[in-house]
Each structure stands twice: as structure tokens, then as C-alpha cells.
Ligand binder design. Structure first.
Ligand SMILES: [Zn+2]
Length: 189
């Protein structure tokens, strides 16, 4: 999938923030978000996909992004439930709350491209606005149903389906393998 490269990046960041910062289940086990320094490190990794640079994330910024992650999760869950209207309404609320403002930027030898700035000029504010905008671009495109929640038992991690035919159902290869193995065992029994 290629909405455009920057959108792909921010949607990947949204997925990483939701999966890092929201409690639930992951790959068959209960999942609790990390705390303390582990949490700020995890957020720092989540907002630096490809790790071309790393960001210092404060505890306050991690707190702010944890709240944003809960709101982003609602969007993925709405799409997974087939309720695109709810997903759109949640996303519109996030765009308003994060005060997402488009801004043309040019850095690191790249051509001019659109970034989204948010409230307060902080890293957390900018990423919140960017993630909201990334999901808005997906929901406003013909690939609107590419956001998902893992369908494996005891897993609620989210994903964006970038496969050509859009048939992804799991957050990860381990979850896909768990389901395959269970189906195989069921046939053997
Ligand atoms: Zn999973």
C-alpha cells in the first residue's frame, strides 16, 4: 500500500503507539504497557520508525501519547467491527482535539512534503496530530478498511494491512502461526 510515503510512516507510528501503550492481550498473553523508563524508551522507538533519528521522550509526553493511543485504538476497533461511520467520527474528533495543522516542510535533502503540527509545538502534540491525520487519509481513501485488530484468540493488537489483496487478519506472524497450528490440531483430533 502506498497512500504516500509520509502517510505510510505515520500510520505505522499509530499502530506502534496503540500496540505499545494500550493494555489488553498480545499474541495469546495478557498485555500491560511498560512503565517508567521502559515506557519512555518504547515510545521513543515507536515514533522513530526506521530509526533514522531518535527522539528524547519525556514522561509527560509518554502520558499524553498514551491517551492518544487509546483514542487511536477506538478507530481501529471501529473499522474492524465494520463501523466505518464511527471510525470517521472518532477520527474527526481526534483531528479537532489534536488541532492538526498541515505544514509544508523540507529537511534531510527531501523534497517539500506535508507534515502535521499539533497543539503546543511538542513532540507528543505533533505526533498525535500526525497519527490522527494519517488515519483520516486512510479512511478517506478506497483502502479505508485496511485498519484492523488481530483476529487470533487472546490478541487485540492492531495492524494496517499493506498487502496487495488486503487479506491480512493477524497482527503478526506468531499469531498467524498460532491459528494455523490450532486448526491443524483440530483436524488431527
Ligand atoms: Zn495477534
Amino acid at each position: 500500500m502506498n497512500f504516500n510515503s509520509h502517510t505510510d510512516v505515520v500510520v505505522a507510528v499509530a499502530v506502534a503507539l496503540v500496540n505499545t501503550l494500550t493494555a489488553g492481550e498480545s499474541r495469546g498473553r495478557p498485555y500491560a504497557p511498560p512503565s517508567g523508563e521502559e515506557r519512555t524508551d518504547a515510545v521513543s522507538r515507536a515514533v522513530a520508525p526506521g530509526a533514522s533519528r531518535s527522539y528524547e521522550v519525556s514522561a509527560e509526553q509518554a502520558d499524553e501519547l498514551a491517551g492518544v493511543a487509546e483514542a487511536l485504538r477506538t478507530v481501529f476497533e471501529s473499522v474492524a467491527a465494520g463501523d466505518i461511520d464511527a471510525a470517521a467520527h472518532h477520527t474527526n474528533r481526534l483531528l479537532a482535539e489534536t488541532d492538526a495543522r498541515p505544514h509544508l516542510d523540507r529537511h534531510d535533502g527531501e523534497p517539500w512534503h506535508v507534515h502535521f503540527h499539533g497543539r503546543g509545538g511538542t513532540l507528543a502534540g505533533d505526533w498525535a496530530a500526525s497519527c490522527a491525520t494519517g488515519l483520516a487519509v486512510v479512511l478517506g481513501s478506497e483502502l479505508y478498511d485496511r485498519l484492523g485488530v488481530c483476529t487470533a484468540p487472546h490478541c487485540d493488537r492492531v495492524y494496517v494491512d499493506t498487502s496487495r489483496n488486503g487479506t491480512r487478519r493477524f497482527c503478526s506472524t506468531p499469531c498467524q502461526n498460532r491459528v494455523k497450528t490450532a486448526a491443524f490440531r483440530a483436524r488431527q483430533a
